[in-house]
Design a protein around this ligand. Structure first.
Ligand code: BG6
Length: 466
């Protein structure tokens, strides 16, 4: 809808930035940290592993100083489960608690709200060896881990996020490094266990720390029909139910989406649900919804002889025979990595989500992965990133005017880090880290042009997006 007078971003808006532990910290085997499934990744096809990354673990004080200079109001980071409980269950690693306690204290000291993701793709390897999320014991392990980190940090951390991109782990286990390409049937069983685990964690936090807020952080996008053909609209609706609403419906309403459940029945994918599971799901309620948004998808009804030759990645799928087929959207450009660029799509996605759930929303990720060049005088002229983010902020502000309760926006990423499956050269940060895929050099930090731009945006509470 058109707004004659566009209201500004609200006071207290959480101008943030995001990272995740395994992609930014390095120090993969230091100070008592156990191994996670991500630590199995070896360098391949010219792409680095996750052992050093941006070495935030050893540059944390410097990184927080730069955050303060940027003027961040919030910093979304994840806790590595294996730094806290190296084997996933059992002994607690005091040094891990100290690292995150120190980070949280430093953030608070400079006025930055910590937003903590409890688990971001880095399941403890010891749990994976016992079946990972296929094993119901992982539910209890996650709840025990939740209790430890709530007890340690919930006096200072108000905003919590349970599981990052559960939907992408279920749909793309191969590219998200979970160590195995699981069958669809077992992926949905794992998914069910994650629903139960995150619901129990939400309930636990509400019982033990009633002042805190907790929510999920799936990857949510509008799915467009390729045409006005009713069959294409049905394909878009069904894919959206399977990739988006299955997750928010389970987190918010504690139940399975009926369209998805029918798909499960049709394809023998129904998870085993133990007594008490649905009650647990119904008892955990998010206070707000995290949303990772990068790109939209456009789909059509699939041809009868459709073949799928690759599993795709977070923003790119070929389709599901019998349900949908992805097609190019002639109205949208693409990034260097083939993801569509759709700023209006963030407004569409926010409005669709708000009208379904009417909860506050925090954009927990959005950004542009692209090669950057460090000039001889130590600059990075990333005007393409500024342009990308500016357009998304403009649309987010319109979404607020449309009625969306948007409480903050945390672009991916605060600092350059290792992409999930496309290496270090796919950079997202406001801060450049000087290293290559195979040479970590001195990991010196440089402020990109987007750093100065974002600093001005934050200082004006979004009034100046120019
Ligand atoms: C999201 C993840 O899928 O997208 C992040 O939560 C990830 O961990 C980000 O890095 C960008 O994806 P990629 O594949 O470019 O790293």
């Amino acid at each position: 809808m058109h707004h004659d007078h566009v209201k500004p971003f609200p006071e207290g808006f959480l101008w943030g930035a995001s990272t995740s532990a395994y992609q930014v910290e390095g120090a993969w085997d230091e100070d008592g940290k156990g191994m996670s499934v991500q630590d199995l990744t070896e360098p391949h096809d010219g792409i680095t592993d996750f052992k050093v990354t941006s070495d935030h673990y050893h540059h944390m004080a410097e990184d927080v100083e730069l955050m303060a200079e940027l003027g961040l109001k919030a910093y979304r980071f994840s806790i590595a489960w294996t730094r806290i409980i190296p084997e996933g269950v059992g002994d607690i690693n005091r040094k891990g608690l100290e690292f995150y306690g120190d980070l949280i204290d430093r953030l608070i000291a400079v006025g930055i709200e910590p937003v903590v993701t409890m688990y971001h793709f880095d399941l403890p390897l010891a749990l994976q060896k016992q079946g990972g999320w296929s094993n119901r014991a992982t539910i209890d392990a996650f709840v025990d881990y939740s209790r430890v980190i709530f007890d340690a940090f919930a006096d200072r951390v108000k905003y919590w996020l349970t599981i990052n991109e559960q939907n992408m782990m279920v749909l793309h286990s191969a590219v998200l490094g979970t160590g195995e390409d699981v069958s669809e049937k077992s992926a949905y069983q794992q998914c069910h266990h994650m629903f139960v685990a995150s619901s129990k964690a939400m309930k636990l936090l509400h019982e033990t720390h009633p002042g805190c807020k907790i929510g999920p952080a799936p990857n949510i996008i509008s799915v467009y029909p390729a045409s006005s053909k009713p069959e294409d609209v049905a394909a878009a609706n069904e894919w959206s139910c399977l990739r988006n609403w299955l997750y928010y419906d389970a987190y918010v309403y504690g139940r399975y989406n009926p369209i998805v459940w029918a798909y499960f029945e049709e394809h023998d994918l129904c998870p085993t649900i133990e007594p008490g599971d649905l009650e647990a799901m119904a008892e955990g309620h998010p206070d707000y919804l995290g949303m990772n948004y990068y790109a939209t998808e456009t789909v059509q009804a699939p041809p009868a002889d459709m073949e799928v030759t690759s599993g795709g990645d977070q923003q790119h799928t070929q389709g599901i025979p019998g349900m949908y087929q992805s097609v190019a959207n002639p109205n949208l450009g693409k990034t260097q990595y083939g993801w569509t660029i759709d700023p209006v799509g963030i407004r569409n996605t926010l409005c669709e989500t708000a009208s379904r759930y009417d909860l506050p929303i925090l954009i927990t990720e959005n950004g542009l992965g692209q090669h950057d060049t460090l000039t001889e005088d130590g600059k990075v002229h990333d005007d393409y990133r500024i342009d990308f983010l500016r357009k998304h902020y403009e649309q987010a502000r319109l979404a607020i005017n449309d009625g969306v309760k948007l409480i903050g926006f945390c672009p991916w990423s605060y600092i350059d880090l290792v992409s999930t499956h496309e290496g270090f050269n796919k950079r997202y940060g406001f801060v450049y880290v000087d290293r290559t895929e195979d040479d970590v050099k001195e990991l010196k930090r440089y402020k990109k042009d987007s750093f100065d731009w974002y600093k001005k945006v934050i200082a004006t509470n979004g009034a100046d997006l120019g």
